[in-house]
Design a protein around this ligand. Structure first.
Ligand code: MG
Ligand code: ZN
Length: 365
């Protein structure tokens, strides 16, 4: 009897100790999570890198992930969704989509840096320049094309390439890489203090200068199969040059041709451009790992092609896909964020909130 009583007693003690331990460890882990969240909330990013995969919906990401055996953006833990409609159409174009990111305004399709009543809106790049930060724009298309243009120009229509280029002078943007050389007045660029480089491979750039790196002499850029890892190189070089400003920087990087693959309903074109874009995300991620004051946001302006995945093989790294059409679609697109302030990008919200979140985090006005 006595022996049994001791046994019951010790069992009770064990149970009590166990529950005590569970309570303590829960408290401790909650404390750690709480402290980490508080730290993330308190630290504001010095640098912000916004990477835009034009036309990059979830199906495009899934297809590229299967073919590539995973993507860098899958590492990011703070994830949200944006609604992409423009002011005059449920389906946005890239001009209205990028203007939502750059100015926080829902505008009509085709508008560059203007509100829906065609009045000009200050862009995030112009605000960052006003604050004395370094700024950069990189794209795998002409710098005057809708997405990059919406960050510095104010024009009624995206097709006005010469007027868009004309809006570039005097803005003080520190690093630019892309095509579109014929649209620019090189003398004006030199007067603006730019070192102009035309090179398909990584040049040796002086970080103390303002750099304009044209991929080639023409307007149209080649596909990734010919271009190689130019986008990742430009991103790496852009971050290196912009880091020179100790006040911080804003850099926009666009994987422009994911969209073009969607318009062509060409899955190889889509996935090869997306995997290339993800290499730029990797460069940004590596930079943020060594510069923890850097916030990375990866998102898209819209989906292109109404892409569906109907089958595939993880073993063979292949997917069976179908495009509904060769246009943009109205589906929400994902946002992946990493670094200080990245928790603010969770949830479902309008594309214009990307602008407000970056503006508030960087203290711009
Ligand atoms: Mg674009
Ligand atoms: Zn498009």
């Amino acid at each position: 009897m006595f022996h049994k009583k001791v046994e019951i007693c010790s069992m009770n003690v064990t149970k009590k100790l166990l529950s005590f331990w569970i309570v303590i460890s829960l408290l401790f882990s909650n404390c750690q999570a709480g402290a980490k969240l508080l730290k993330d909330e308190l630290i504001k990013p010095l640098n912000v890198i916004l990477l835009i995969g034009d036309g990059m919906g979830l199906a495009q990401i899934c297809a590229a992930s299967v073919i590539n055996g995973g993507l860098t953006l899958e590492i990011f833990e703070n994830i949200g969704f944006i609604k992409t409609s423009s002011s005059d159409d449920y389906i946005t174009d890239s001009a209205a989509g990028a203007t939502a990111f750059s100015t926080g305004e829902k505008t009509y399709n085709g508008a560059i840096g203007l509100a829906k009543d065609s009045s000009s809106r200050k862009t995030i790049v112009e605000m960052a320049e006003t604050k004395g930060l370094a700024t950069g724009l990189i794209s795998t298309c002409s710098v005057t094309h809708a997405t990059p243009a919406s960050f510095f120009a104010h024009q009624l229509n995206r097709e006005m390439h010469l007027e868009i280029a004309n809006d570039f002078y005097g803005k003080g943007i520190d690093f630019v890489a892309g095509t579109g050389k014929p649209y620019f007045n090189l003398e004006k660029l030199i007067l603006d203090g730019y070192k102009i480089t035309t090179s398909t491979s990584k040049p040796t750039l002086n970080a103390l200068e303002k750099n304009f790196w044209f991929y080639n002499d023409s307007v149209s850029p080649p596909k990734v199969k010919e271009r190689g890892n130019w986008l990742a190189q430009a991103t790496e070089e852009g971050m290196r040059c912009l880091s020179n400003n100790k006040k911080g920087f804003f850099l926009m990087v666009e994987g422009s041709q994911i969209d073009w693959g969607g318009h062509d309903q060409d899955i190889d074109y889509v996935t090869s451009e997306l995997i290339d874009f993800d290499q730029a995300v990797l460069k940004a991620y590596e930079y943020a790992k060594t510069h923890p004051n850097t916030l990375i946001i990866v998102t898209a302006d819209h989906e292109t092609g109404g892409l569906t995945l109907n089958g595939g093989s993880l073993k063979n790294k292949s997917v069976k896909t179908n495009f509904a059409h060769g246009h943009h679609s109205g589906i929400m697109v994902p946002v992946f964020a990493f670094g200080p302030g990245s928790h603010l990008f969770r949830g479902t919200y309008e594309n214009t909130e990307i602008f407000r979140k970056i503006k508030n985090l960087m203290g711009l006005q």
